[in-house]
Write a protein that binds this ligand. Sequence first.
Ligand code: PLP
Length: 292
Amino acid sequence: MSTVYLNGEFIPKDEAKISVDDRGFLFADGVYEVTPFYEGVPFYLDRHLARLRRGLSWMRIDYDTEGLPDIHRRLLELNELEDADTAMVYLQITRGVAPRSHPFPRDPVPPTVYAFAKTWQRPSQEDWDRGFAAVTMPDRRWTRVDIKTIALLPNVLAYQAAVDAGATDAIQVRDGVALEGAHNNLFGVLDGTVVTHPVTNVILPGITRSVVLELARRNGIPAEERPILVEELADAEELFFTGTTNEVRPTVRVDGRPVADGKVGPVTRALAAAFAREVRKVKEAAVGVSAR
Ligand SMILES: Cc1ncc(COP(=O)(O)O)c(C=O)c1O
């Protein structure tokens, strides 16, 4: 039985109970965050918490995030995941419990804070080397997807449509632009340049995206933040997605057609290798700190 965190307590998961009046349940009135851990070491937790704080502030949910690094660490310990190659902590904060009424509760209520830890699996090297398939579909989400709210119905439906089509990822298309996936950011290699949509209100500012862009620049790979037109997908030299539990994931087919020669490309491989090195570096730095 896993141990979860709920409103100040670490308890067995089957003892965790949430009110039917929780605004997360009634209105999807909340935000969430997912932070990866490699052998117990958080990867860019500061950026995940900064994104969370921005979401909380925009949603006007009053919650002090200071204790969160400790809660993350304790969850890993209590679930014996400190040595897991790849683990993550899911954290969700809702506006709290109040009788159903659209406006915020007149008398302030404490937010509901829930978190759990679990492992996640990388695809086998063989599957990664073969690459993955994506399908394009209309983006049916609202226009503030930069806020990581728990209202994920369009993402759920898009992901399921991809699964139904025998694909792994769903490219969200709005106004002729291929924006991102249902739970990851899209990158293309176009005329030798790594391209991804700029951070605006129509994509989620992925932490993996930010790290991969930095790695590209550090490794001398030209990179540009600009919209990718859906027609450009047909001429892309390479495509890949980035995300917390996807890391760098190559796409070799879109809507049934091969991307270039249908093989994982050299830039995707170089960035995946740079990402793996970055993970090692972060782990080693943490070991260095705890040994001091
Ligand atoms: C819509 C969307 N885009 C991109 C991402 C990738 O973000 P990150 O790299 O921080 O996991 C996510 C992650 O959940 C997402 O939901």
